[in-house]
Write a protein that binds this ligand. Structure first.
Ligand code: WQD
Length: 340
């Protein structure tokens, strides 16, 4: 089974290419290299012992997308390609709406024209905003998004819902919580462009002296230690969830389907707990300073995981300590950050 992975050289896409191969699928990758590095292709090849078919290009390029479906027998698609920096989306909303929404619409047009009807979509727990109760389950209402980025995820889910309601099309939106970590080989991992927005890569870059000091954005939240709580999930567990979703789509007897699944561990950990765990792993103090809150941050979110467990037969298997150990080991050998 050939699976097209859009954005397949990115953090989650590259780990999913590995997990797909291990499950007997053949990944075909398209990536515009806007926020990824071509060297990742060789690293994936080192792990899976063959080089996946790769197209450098953009999902907005309908001609290219049609050519890929003509040249390759595509059985399903996993759509990662999107801009994902929350802060940047606030400053450049049009860039996010045009790219994230239009690229999905073009992909759906091409899949429809080529008769490919299985799609796994990369969504996010940001669709929930600050849930009124925790753990948050898939029936929780989508609250107004905190950023244009989060809004594009909500809009894309609605597009998929409406499209599959009137077409023989099966699609699953996976609502990621906070992906962290790296492949245990340390050959692939998170490669933020420039200064990391996310907590864990910022901490690991501080640990290897790429960054001077971690700023903790607020310790006055209504949580046990005052810092925000998130559901940090190993990127390899997340990658395996895509394989489970694809398998479910292929086996699903209906011709039309749209469903959403939380992909998290079900556990919540605070910023200070992440710092403390990394200090224990590396036996090293991490220099941090508490500053004011970051606008748009929610206090706490972690996943109700029963639905993915029951329907996709998927659960997160790796511990927080394993994820942070893999993140730190990757950082020690990772290429220096691009784009600064
Ligand atoms: C986690 C916690 C920060 C950096 C975002 C997106 C989400 C997904 C994952 C794309 C928060 C604190 C962070 C730092 C800090 N991205 N923090 N100092 O905001 O939960 O989720 O990234 O799909 O969609 O919303 O993740 O890692 O940025 O922040 O104190 O230098 O760490 O305040 O409490 P977040 P994060």
């Amino acid at each position: 089974m050939n699976i097209l992975i859009t954005g397949g050289l990115g953090f989650i896409g590259s780990h999913t290419a590995v997990a797909l191969t291990e499950a007997g699928y053949k990944p075909i990758i398209i990536d515009n290299l806007n926020n990824s590095d071509i060297k990742v292709l060789d690293k994936i090849a080192e792990i899976i012992a063959f080089k996946p078919v790769f197209y450098q290009g953009d999902c907005l390029d309908k001609i290219l997308m049609l050519r890929i479906f003509d040249e390759q027998k595509i059985d399903g698609v996993i759509h990662f390609a999107a801009y994902k920096a929350v802060g940047e989306s606030v400053q450049l909303p049009l860039k996010y709406y045009q790219n994230n929404i239009q690229s999905l619409c073009i992909l759906l047009e091409v899949m429809q024209e080529k008769g490919v009807n299985n799609l796994v979509f990369s969504s996010s727990c940001t669709v929930y905003g600050q849930p009124t109760s925790l753990p948050v389950d898939e029936n929780a209402p989508s609250l107004p998004a905190n950023s244009p980025y989060g809004n594009t995820k909500q809009i894309c889910e609605e597009i998929l819902r409406d499209f599959s309601a009137v077409n023989p099309f099966k699609t699953i939106a996976l609502r990621y919580f906070n992906p962290i970590g790296a492949h245990p080989s340390s050959l692939i991992g998170e490669l933020p462009l420039g200064i990391p927005n996310n907590l864990v890569p910022f901490i690991t870059q501080t640990m290897v002296k790429i960054r001077e000091k971690l700023l903790v954005f607020g310790d006055d939240y209504p949580t046990p230690d005052g810092t925000c709580i998130r559901d940090y999930i190993h990127v390899c567990d997340l990658a395996e969830a895509h394989v489970a979703a694809l398998f479910y789509l292929q086996k699903h007897e209906n011709t039309s389907l749209f469903d959403t699944f939380n992909i998290g561990t079900g556990n919540g950990n605070s910023v200070l707990e992440i710092i403390k765990t990394l200090e224990e792993i590396a036996n090293q103090k991490i220099d941090y300073q508490v500053v004011s809150r970051r606008s748009g941050d929610i206090t706490a979110v972690y996943a109700a995981t029963e639905k993915a467990s029951k329907i996709l037969h998927w659960n997160a298997k790796r511990t927080l300590k394993q994820a942070l150990t893999d993140a730190y080991n990757w950082q020690k050998t990772a290429p220096s950050p691009k784009g600064e």
